[in-house]
Design a protein around this ligand. Structure first.
Ligand code: NAI
Length: 408
């Protein structure tokens, strides 16, 4: 049995995440300041007979309360710093004083570090720490107070922690729009117009909390090790979209997240990759996924062409609701004349994601070292290629050993 600590567990993403872990047999330490909602959640969860869930009613903006979190803590396999708040006051930043921003910064930026400090001695070797930041940490969202700065700070804090604790697996999830109470509150307050938000999301929809819960479950598992120090931007492609015209809304509802994947491996010897997806009985609905290895064998300055050729082949075969995942060689030191090719290939992945999104066609890439071990990437690829990650598109993920932030 494994144990996970989840902050902000009483609502939205945290609540769905707690349900997922509890259903998978984990012991959960659930932290929130909403005692009533926390109690209701705790009472509704299946609990392991040997180790009941632990409920901790704590205000995470109060440093003394956070420092006491370690008391009576069981040994932890993972910590998920999920609690966060936005600023719906509509007060321009230049009219805000430190008292206005203090609570938001305490919760979104100071608390994740304080929680890790308070729990560090209970974290098992190889433990996972996952911070929940936001797409708002990648692009400034005005008239939301210090929300964007706090989340940019959390992304940087994650990378710094990853460098400081190479013995853990430290990652950050950056959700895009998720239909939770937080987003409902912003819509109600007139701070968020859903149609305006959707027009900037290539996949043309918001995520369900369950999609974030699945990502957090993956990042909290030992299988996330290749992503140490990395960010998972799970936002329907909104972080890579730079166009000015409104994007079309999704025309298709996502498939159930448990839909088994039918994986086709192209562009190389598939033997090392077959175990990613087990063959399914033909009658069952499937999520079509292709893993294309051909960019790994591209000649110098030929990566852009290889990615394009792979995309053309994929689009000729799949019209909707499928995923293409590419393996790319890590950025190497080559001739300066060839340096643009790698960046162009990565931007091509993002551009294709924007063009394909409304049909729920996804494209992502994993960047790997020449000496990579296929086995260590199986679980990551199972997640990225499969139906669970239907809100993930346009991303290039660097795998262990490649991440400059993690290895610096
Ligand atoms: P939510 O508002 O539904 O849930 C937040 C939880 O944190 C609530 O249970 C609340 O009681 C708890 N909490 C708030 N202040 C607290 C405090 N001082 N002490 C202890 N607990 C406290 O939020 P949601 O949407 O589930 O968001 C979870 C995380 O995901 C947040 O960090 C948020 O910034 C981030 N996020 C959410 C997005 C969305 O579209 N919903 C998009 C991007 C990021």
């Amino acid at each position: 049995m494994q144990t996970v600590l989840i902050t902000g567990a009483a609502s939205g993403i945290g609540r769905d995440t707690a349900r997922r872990f509890a259903s998978a047999g984990w012991q959960c330490v659930l932290v929130d300041h909403n005692a009533q909602a926390l109690g209701q959640l705790g009472a509704s969860l299946p609990a392991p007979a040997s180790a009941p869930h632990v409920l901790r009613c704590i205000d995470l903006t109060d440093a003394t309360q956070v420092a006491s979190l370690g008391e009576g803590m069981p040994a932890l396999d993972a910590v998920l710093n999920n609690a966060g708040m936005s600023d719906a006051s509509n007060t321009p930043l230049a009219e805000q004083g430190p008292a206005h921003t203090a609570r938001l910064l305490a919760l979104n930026l100071a608390a994740p570090a304080a929680v890790v400090d308070a729990c560090a001695r209970w974290l098992k070797p190889g433990a996972r720490v996952v911070n929940v930041a936001s797409g708002a940490g990648l692009h400034a969202i005005p008239w939301r107070g210090a929300y964007s700065p706090s989340k940019a700070g959390l992304i940087a804090q994650t990378r710094a922690l990853a460098r400081a604790r190479p013995d853990w697996c430290v990652t950050v999830l950056c959700p895009g729009f998720v239909r939770t109470e937080l987003v409902a509150g912003l819509i109600e307050a007139g701070r968020l117009k859903p149609e305006g938000a959707l027009a900037k999301i290539p996949l043309g929809r918001m995520a369900a909390p369950e999609e974030m819960a699945r990502a957090l479950q993956f990042l909290a598992s030992a299988d996330a090790a290749p992503l140490h120090g990395q960010m998972l931007a799970l936002n329907g492609g909104s972080s890579v979209y730079g166009g000015s015209q409104p994007l079309p809304a999704a025309t298709l509802a996502p498939l159930p997240l448990d839909t088994p994947m039918e994986l086709e491996v192209r562009g190389g010897d598939d033997r090392a990759w077959r175990a990613i997806a087990q063959p399914q009985p033909t009658a069952q609905p499937r999520y079509d996924a292709r893993l294309d290895l051909s960019p790994l064998h591209a000649p110098a300055a030929g990566l852009l062409e290889a990615v394009h050729a792979s995309a053309v082949r994929f689009a000729a075969r799949h019209a909707q609701q499928a995923s293409l995942t590419l393996l790319l060689p890590a950025v190497g030191v080559g001739r300066w004349q060839d340096a643009g090719d790698g960046a162009a290939a990565r931007m091509l992945v993002a551009t294709l994601a924007c063009e394909w999104g409304s049909r729920a066609l996804r494209i992502n890439a994993l960047e790997v070292q020449p000496s990579f071990d296929a086995q260590t990437l199986h679980s990551l690829l199972r997640y990225v290629c499969g139906a669970e990650a239907q809100f993930l598109t346009g991303q290039v993920l660097m795998c262990a050993g490649n991440a400059p932030e993690a290895s610096r």
